[in-house]
Design a protein around this ligand. Structure first.
Ligand code: ZN
Length: 195
């Protein structure tokens, strides 16, 4: 199944964007990842990669579905995931766009790791090939945007050194790498240390 095909359930309440004061760093970081082709659009015109920050304790702000096609994202490209149920593949979001179809993988990290306040998911084939099974890695059967993938990420916190690495590869999601940190700066620093 191709990324960009929303196979999860997204209950969306359309709302105005959050203030720039909250989104500024998120927008700057997203646009810098776009300029490095780590977030963007593949040859079929399908957006890839997404970025989020924790918000109001158990919620998070994430880039919207299909916003990977935009060279410059702005405040209209981010939405708040207000609640989620991993087993039902269901999220509730509120904002100017629907949340990314990979929101549950971000949710898995926020729910399993209290100190994670920022999550970055990028696509890069070389990095993915290099790091797969070297850093904590989810099994092949767990495909993108599925509850299985979210549960496998939660398992990695319990059964691997993911807390130490703060970066993981997804076998069942070719090119997919996720880093996280106590803030966006740390998530980027960790990603950069492997590139
Ligand atoms: Zn992806």
């Amino acid at each position: 199944m191709k990324e960009g095909v929303i196979k999860f359930k997204c209950e969306w309440i359309e709302d105005k964007p959050l203030p720039l004061s909250i989104l500024k760093d998120l927008i700057i970081t997203r646009n810098s990842l776009y300029s490095m082709n780590l977030i963007g659009t593949d040859k079929d015109g399908i957006g890839y990669g997404n970025i989020s920050i924790r918000y109001n304790e158990n919620q998070f702000i994430i880039s919207g579905s299909q916003t990977g096609i935009k060279e410059k994202a702005d405040e209209n490209d981010f939405t708040t995931v207000t609640s989620y149920e991993i087993e039902k593949n269901l999220i509730h979001c509120k904002g100017p766009v629907q949340a990314s179809s990979e929101s549950l993988t971000h949710a898995a990290i926020y729910s399993a790791c209290e100190e994670a306040n920022a999550v970055i998911h990028i696509h890069n084939i070389e990095l993915w090939k290099k790091l797969k099974n070297i850093i904590p890695t989810t099994p092949e059967y767990a495909e993108y945007g599925t509850p299985e993938l979210a549960f496998e990420i939660i398992k990695l916190f319990a059964h691997s050194d993911l807390m130490k690495y703060k970066i993981l590869a997804m076998s069942g999601h070719p090119e997919g790498i996720i880093s996280f940190g106590k803030n966006l700066e740390e998530a980027i620093r960790i990603l950069n240390s492997y590139t």
